[in-house]
Design a protein around this ligand. Structure first.
Ligand code: GLA
Length: 382
C-alpha cells in the first residue's frame, strides 16, 4: 500500500522530525551536519570552538575544550524547550574553575586513593588534586584539554568524533592512550556516547561524562523534587575521603535505596553516616546488571513539574550519583543565575572508583592490543 504523502509528513512533523520528499515518498530528513563557531581562546592562544547539533527534537552545544556539553535543550510536556545541563556562557569561566560542568572525564572517572596504584609489579604515582587523592584524571584531566573534533552525519544520525592522544606519563598514567569519544544525536533525539581507547603499555582507564542535570532547566532551583530510580541493590560505601572501602553494601532500608522512584530530597537529610563526608549523595551504585555486552537501562530521572524524563542505559557496572553537594552559590551559570547546593545532579556511568586498588572490583586494566569500549545512551521524554 502506498502511504499518503501528506499524512506521512504530518506524522513526521508531529514527532519533531523534519520531513522531505524524495521521488514522491516522504522520509525523515537526515540530521544536518553540526555547525562550528568560535568560542574564545585559551591563555596560550589556542582557539576553542563550539559545535551545534540538533536532531529528533534534542539540541546540543559542545565545546572542543573538555568535550564539554555546554547546553542541552529538550522540550517539556508542552513542547517548551529548556537547557537542562549546567554550564557557563564563557570559556574564561570554564578555565577559571569549573566543577567538571558537562565535561568528558579521563583517564579515570572519580577517585584513586592517594593517587597510587600498582600494575604488573610497577607502582605509579598520579597527579593528586583532591586532598591526598586523585580525582577525575588529576589536575589536568581530559576535562581541561582541547580535543580534535570531527563532525559526521550517518544515515539519520548526526554527531561528533572527539579525538585526543594522552602521552605516556601524562598525569602519572602509564601508556600512550589514544582516545576517541563519539557523541551521537539519533533521529529520535537520544544522546549516545561511545568511548574507545587503546594503549601501548598496560594502564588503567575509566572514562565518563560529567553533565549536571536539572530537568526543570539550569538555574531554576533545586533538583530535590526530581524522582530518581537506580536499578541497584548495592552501592560502594566510602571512607571520609570518598574512597570506597571495598565493601558492597545493600541499599535496603537505607537512604541509598532508589530501586523504586523516589524524590532525591526525601532521604537527603537522613543523617546516614555515609552521607556525612559526601554532604549528601556522592556514591557509586553497583548496577544489578553488572558489565554487559550492550547498554541496558539502569536509571530514570523525572521532573514532575515539567514532565521531562531522562533514561540512562549503559554497558558499565557502576553509576556515580552525585547530588550537586559542592555547588555553593559562588558560580553563575549560562542563564545568569547562581548555582547553589543541590541545583543539579550527576549520573556518571563508569567502573567503580579506586578499582586499581580494589581486587574485588571489576577490572579497569587495559593492555596493548585491547580496545577499551563503553557506551551510554540518554533517552529524553516528556
Ligand atoms: C564527582 C565526585 C564529586 C565531585 C564532583 C565534582 O561526582 O565524586 O565528589 O568531585 O565530581 O565536584
Amino acid at each position: 500500500m502506498e502511504l499518503n504523502r501528506r499524512t506521512v509528513i504530518a506524522g513526521a512533523a508531529a514527532a519533531g522530525i523534519a520531513a522531505t520528499t524524495l521521488g514522491g515518498t516522504a522520509q525523515a530528513a537526515p540530521g544536518h551536519k553540526p555547525v562550528r563557531e568560535p568560542f574564545g581562546r585559551l591563555a596560550d592562544g589556542t582557539k576553542v570552538y563550539r559545535w551545534s547539533l540538533e536532531n529528533g527534537g534534542t539540541r546540543m552545544k559542545v565545546l572542543s575544550y573538555g568535550g564539554v556539553v555546554q547546553r542541552l535543550e529538550v522540550p517539556d510536556r508542552h513542547g517548551r524547550y529548556a537547557n537542562v545541563s549546567l554550564g557557563f556562557g564563557d570559556i574564561g569561566d570554564y578555565v577559571a574553575g569549573s566543577p567538571y560542568f558537562g565535561a568528558l572525564i579521563g583517564r579515570y572517572g572519580n577517585r584513586i586513593g592517594k593517587g597510587r596504584f600498582t600494575l604488573d609489579g610497577t607502582s605509579y604515582q598520579l597527579s593528586v588534586n583532591d586532598g591526598e587523592n586523585s580525582l577525575h584524571g588529576g589536575a589536568q584531566g581530559f576535562d581541561k584539554r582541547v580535543w580534535d573534533v570531527e563532525p559526521f552525519t550517518r544515515g539519520a544520525d548526526v554527531g561528533l568524533h572527539l579525538h585526543r592522544t594522552s602521552l605516556d606519563g601524562e598525569m602519572g598514567y602509564p601508556g600512550t592512550l589514544r582516545t576517541r569519544v563519539t557523541y551521537t544525536l539519533t533521529r529520535r533525539g537520544e544522546w549516545r556516547i561511545d568511548y574507545e581507547a587503546t594503549t601501548d603499555r598496560a594502564t588503567v582507564v575509566n572514562l565518563t561524562s560529567h553533565v549536571y542535570w536539572n530537568l526543570a532547566g539550569e538555574g531554576s532551583g533545586t533538583i530535590e523534587d526530581h524522582e530518581l530510580t537506580i536499578a541497584a541493590a548495592r552501592y560502594t560505601p566510602t571512607d571520609a575521603g570518598l574512597i570506597p572501602t571495598g565493601e558492597l553494601a545493600g541499599v535496603a532500608g537505607t537512604p541509598f535505596d532508589f530501586r523504586r522512584a523516589k524524590p532525591v530530597g526525601r532521604d537527603l537529610r537522613a543523617g546516614h553516616e555515609q552521607q556525612v563526608p559526601a554532604k549528601g549523595y556522592d556514591h557509586n551504585w553497583v548496577l544489578d546488571k553488572g558489565v554487559t555486552a550492550r547498554p541496558e537501562h539502569v536509571a530514570t530521572l523525572r521532573d514532575p513539574r515539567s514532565g521531562r524524563t531522562l533514561r540512562i542505559a549503559t554497558d558499565q557496572p557502576g553509576l556515580q550519583f552525585y547530588s550537586g553537594n559542592f555547588l555553593d552559590g559562588t558560580l553563575t551559570g549560562t542563564g545568569g543565575r547562581t548555582y547553589r547546593q543541590g541545583d543539579a545532579l550527576c549520573l556518571e556511568t563508569q567502573h567503580f572508583p579506586d578499582s586499581p586498588n580494589q581486587a574485588g572490583f571489576p577490572s579497569t586494566v587495559l593492555r596493548p592490543g585491547q580496545t577499551y569500549r563503553s557506551t551510554t545512551l540518554h533517552t529524553f521524554g516528556a
